[in-house]
Design a protein around this ligand. Structure first.
Ligand code: BGC
Length: 347
């Protein structure tokens, strides 16, 4: 599910996981972060020149490293999504919480859908005081950004002011964890030879992209990590639901998909990014974080052969050329740039 898969009761995710993948869902042990998928050979592989552009952590030849500040731009978009709410304007030099700004008067907004107390959302602070900066029962409230501050019982966005307090459209106070499967293949001609870009002379990668129903933007078919769910499972589940419409497949079709996805997702993933996402839904007290993992079908004979079919919250799905001119949701372009560099592909 794209927008908030936690809108589904997590038990249904258990059922789905078992029926589609035959995978057990492992609840994270207390105090531990749910495991992040990355086959060890891939985490240890030598990757040469991935350079950080946005925040978070990225894979490089010398391990996982922290990267410099993320542009905090979509998180300050004037118009809050799916509402008529306008954020208090936060200029670049006032983003940092350490910058004294007594005039700061953010707008408070929590979407009605969140206030309706769906299963995927926290209650309001006051009646509720969760364990922030920790795995709290099955909900991971720790941040990839390190310890975040909690002020008057509410967590503070580690990247600074957004012009809006409350949770907006996000269910969790503090970090809301997502996972993004970036499934790629080479663009080939009728004879199977790689097609090179006329300007960069580099081979062109294609990735599976969905058009989100909520905002109409093209995106990676990611979604929210359900409580207690391993990220490795979220990646497979979201890809299957969004890009293969697995929720409405017959059992026999599910089995074939399951085999192919397990083969690709089980052995070829490398973690592209892990950290804060500059997402338009972010607020001063609730924000998105993600783990983006690339699964590359080098020979074009695994997932590439499956018919794509938009499902769940995806309006459309297709293979799209990886190219810097293609505009994508939230920080997704940044993730693709990292993939293109890693695979020495056109960008
Ligand atoms: C989306 C992910 C995205 C994340 C942060 C989630 O709702 O499904 O694709 O990376 O939000 O923007």
């Amino acid at each position: 599910m794209v927008f908030s898969s936690s809108r589904r009761h997590w038990i249904s995710a258990v059922r789905l996981a078992i029926s589609l993948f035959g995978l057990p869902l492992t609840a994270s042990s207390p105090g531990a972060r749910p495991a992040v998928l990355c086959s060890s050979h891939h985490l240890n592989r030598t990757s040469t020149h991935i350079k950080p552009i946005c925040g978070g952590y990225y894979t490089s030849g010398i391990g996982t490293m922290s990267s410099p500040a993320c542009p905090h731009v979509k998180s300050r978009c004037p118009q809050y999504p799916e509402s008529t709410i306008k954020r208090f304007t936060v200029p670049e030099d006032k983003v940092d919480w350490d910058e004294k700004w007594p005039q700061y008067s953010p707008v408070s907004h929590t979407a009605p859908v969140v206030l309706n107390k769906p299963i995927w959302a926290d209650p309001d602070i006051g009646s509720f005081s969760p364990n922030f900066n920790a795995v709290d029962g099955l909900v991971d409230r720790s941040s990839f950004e390190g310890q975040y501050k909690v002020e008057n019982g509410k967590p503070l966005n580690p990247r600074g002011r957004t012009g809006l307090t409350g949770r907006g459209l996000l269910g969790r106070w503090g970090p809301n964890h997502a996972a993004d499967p970036i499934v790629t293949r080479w663009k080939v001609d009728a004879s199977g030879a790689k097609i090179h870009h006329s300007a960069s002379k580099k081979p062109i990668l294609q990735f599976v992209s969905i058009k989100r129903r909520d905002c109409g933007e093209w995106a990676i078919p990611g979604g929210m990590v359900d409580p207690g769910e391993q990220v490795s499972l979220t990646l497979q589940r979201e890809f299957s639901e969004e890009a293969l419409n697995s929720l409405s497949l017959k059992q026999s079709e599910k089995e074939d998909i399951h085999k192919r996805i397990q083969r690709l997702f089980g052995s070829a993933g490398f973690q592209v990014y892990k950290g804060y996402v500059d997402d338009p839904r972010n607020t001063d007290n609730a924000w998105m974080e993600t783990v983006a993992v690339n699964f590359h079908d080098e020979a074009g004979n695994s997932v590439s052969e499956l018919p794509l079919q938009a499902g769940d919250d995806a309006g459309q799905v297709q293979w799209v050329d990886v190219d810097s001119s293609f505009s994508l949701y939230a920080s997704h372009s940044h993730f693709l740039e990292l993939v293109a560099r890693e695979r020495k592909a056109h960008w």
